[in-house]
Design a binder for this molecule. Structure first.
Ligand code: ADP
Ligand code: MG
Length: 202
């Protein structure tokens, strides 16, 4: 695997592109059960990461990921900014400079656990964790090809539709949150698909 600066830049571009393409959709999902800013928040965050891609991708993996996480905390805002920021910063703290697949799988699980601690949340509460936790499990189970990882993540996001929200703004709606996909679950699935497909080609 070539895990160099070019790959880091490609990952940033892939995630920024998918978030940009789906920003309106993420906003609509958040209009249904939140305050309608998730697409705008995420787009602002990843545009900022993309604007700094040359600088960020030149750094080794740990510093690159910490840099991305810090930028997301600063630029995304809302509940999702600190949570996605935690995810990337925790990955950066855990990964060695030259990570292999086993390092990625272990660090991803650790980062998801850090998000749970930060959000005081668990699986089944209709949040991004409903995608992040099953993805960690799929990776630990040895799911290797990008399409399978993406399918699992999207199925997990779909599975948030019938769930009642117990965390975040959507929880204020109680039963009225049922019947809508969680916006953070959707953005997680989109990012996971983009990242898996870039890493598979590396
Ligand atoms: P805000 O809710 O502050 O407007 P966003 O709209 O950007 O922030 O993000 C909303 C998403 O954040 C939700 O769809 C959910 O996935 C996620 N989220 C909110 N609170 C939590 C939490 N405590 N734990 C995990 N994820 C959360
Ligand atoms: Mg919102």
């Amino acid at each position: 695997m070539d895990l160099g600066a070019e790959l880091r830049a490609e990952l940033v571009k892939a995630v920024a592109t998918v978030i940009d393409r789906h920003a309106d959709e993420l906003t609509s999902l958040d209009q249904a059960i939140g305050d309608g800013d998730h697409g705008i928040n995420m787009k602002r965050g990843f545009e900022a990461v993309l604007a700094d891609v040359a600088n960020l991708s030149a750094k080794p993996w740990p510093d690159f990921l910490k840099g991305v996480g810090t930028m997301l905390v600063m630029k995304v805002g809302g509940a999702s900014g600190p949570l996605y920021g935690t995810l990337f910063m925790a990955l950066g703290k855990d990964l060695p400079a030259e990570p292999g697949r086993a390092d990625l799988v272990r660090a991803f699980r650790g980062a998801v656990t850090a998000v749970q601690a930060r959000g005081k949340s668990e699986r089944g509460q209709k949040t991004m964790l409903d995608v992040l936790i099953p993805t960690a499990e799929a990776l630990e189970a040895g799911t290797a090809d990008a399409a399978a990882v993406a399918r699992a993540a999207h199925a997990a996001a779909d599975a948030t539709i019938p769930v009642k929200a117990l965390r975040g703004r959507a929880s204020f709606l109680g039963d009225r949150s049922i019947g809508h996909m969680d916006p953070g679950a959707r953005s997680s699935a989109l990012m996971i698909e983009a990242i898996a497909s870039v890493l598979e080609k590396a």
